[in-house]
Design a protein around this ligand. Structure first.
Ligand SMILES: CSC[C@@H](O)[C@@H](O)C(=O)COP(=O)(O)O
Length: 365
């Protein structure tokens, strides 16, 4: 059950469709898009109309619900529709662990369904449950994270990790919101986050709505502000946390982590347990999505370089765990994360098995 029924939410399940706030239209327009089929959902994820790892995960489950509803209506084989749907969704944004976590939770939910109607009903219920649960997860994570920040903190954040990114309260931006509620936050530095400008377009939009003081900077300005002592903490989200604590997040995160360590500023990563992937041993094994070169060559439709310029456009980078001061989750904080601490933390919270002391550690610098 949500504790804030009147809170603005960017994802809405009608029972027959998923209605999303189109994140490609923000901040110019608060446009709603209704996804009525799994193809609509897959396209919305791929085109980043809905984005942010937890929001992608919940949307994927909604996509499966729509696929199974379709099979129920047309008398098709719902298990086949489910498998095809999983394959389609898995191909959309391969880095986000929450997507695969969502697919797995959905599969488990319908494992003993007797027919398409029952499976469709169970998946619809699951979408509503996940939306509610995400609110509780985000709020708990925000409380833990805000506990790390002392009064008067100036935070730097990257990309968008707010309500738009989770469908609820936000992860790193949720911590910022909570710290502000508690009177601990002085200022937020927002990196613009090339090429898709999630910081400039989305995080600024959310901070304005919440009345939180902020300043936008170009990505390249961040190390300078860290060097000048104008940042007390860097706070980012994650798309996947590997078993050893390496973190995939929006391209540019690694540079922030390196600069933060060099200038002795704590670097915190906020991620719900659904973003942890114990099956991925380390950062090298995380699949990194490469996106369309046009994202780099054009800004808001305007070409900024010749159209045939060679481009490399990785959407994410990997920060090694030894640059992470602490991981913040909804179940608590993992300081100086390493393989053993993460395995034990996940085991204590019902995922995976624990690791003995000394087996592996924070030794891979
Ligand atoms: C709560 S959102 C966490 C992450 O998904 C976020 O930090 C991020 O990198 C989003 O990337 P995006 O490509 O915009 O989906």
């Amino acid at each position: 059950m949500t504790d804030a029924p009147s809170e603005w939410r960017p994802l809405h399940w009608t029972g027959e469709s998923l209605v999303i706030v189109d994140q490609t239209a923000l901040p110019d327009e608060e446009r709603l898009v209704e996804c009525r089929t799994i193809d609509d959902v897959a396209a919305a994820i791929r085109e980043m109309r809905v984005r942010g790892a937890p929001a992608i995960g919940i949307s994927a489950v909604a996509g499966l619900a729509l696929a199974v509803q379709g099979a129920a209506r047309e008398g098709g084989d719902w298990r086949r529709a489910l498998s095809a749907g999983e394959a389609l969704l898995a191909s959309t944004r391969p880095t986000a662990a929450d997507l695969f976590h969502g697919l797995q939770v959905a599969r488990e939910r319908v494992a003993s369904a007797v027919d398409a109607a029952e499976a469709a009903h169970l998946l619809g219920q699951l979408v509503l449950e996940l939306l509610d649960r995400q609110w509780a997860i985000d709020r708990a994570l925000a409380d833990y994270g805000a506990g790390l920040l002392r009064s008067g903190t100036r935070v730097l954040t990257h990309c968008n990790t707010g309500a738009l990114g989770t469908g609820a309260f936000g992860t790193a931006l949720g911590i910022i919101r909570r710290a502000y509620e508690l009177g601990r936050l002085e200022h937020v530095w927002v990196t613009e986050t090339r090429p898709r400008l999630q910081g400039a377009r989305l995080t600024v939009w959310e901070l304005r709505r919440s009345g939180i003081p902020h300043t936008l900077i170009v990505d390249g300005a961040a190390p300078f502000l860290l060097a000048r002592g104008e940042v007390d903490a860097v706070l980012v989200g994650a798309d996947r946390v590997a078993a050893n604590g390496d973190v995939a997040n929006k391209i540019g995160t690694l540079g922030l982590a390196v600069a933060a360590e060099r200038f002795r500023v704590p670097f915190y990563v906020a991620a719900p347990l659904s973003t942890f992937d114990p099956e991925t041993p380390d950062g090298n094994a995380i699949p990194i999505e490469e996106r369309d070169p046009a994202e780099v060559l054009r800004v808001k439709g305007t070409w900024i370089a010749p159209a045939d310029t060679p481009v490399r456009n990785p959407a994410f980078d990997v920060t090694p765990h030894w640059l992470v001061t602490a991981l913040v989750t909804e179940r608590g904080i993992i300081p100086a994360p390493d393989r053993r601490k993460i395995a034990n933390f996940l085991a204590a919270n019902g995922r995976g098995t624990s690791v003995e002391p000394g087996e592996t550690g924070r030794d891979e610098r």
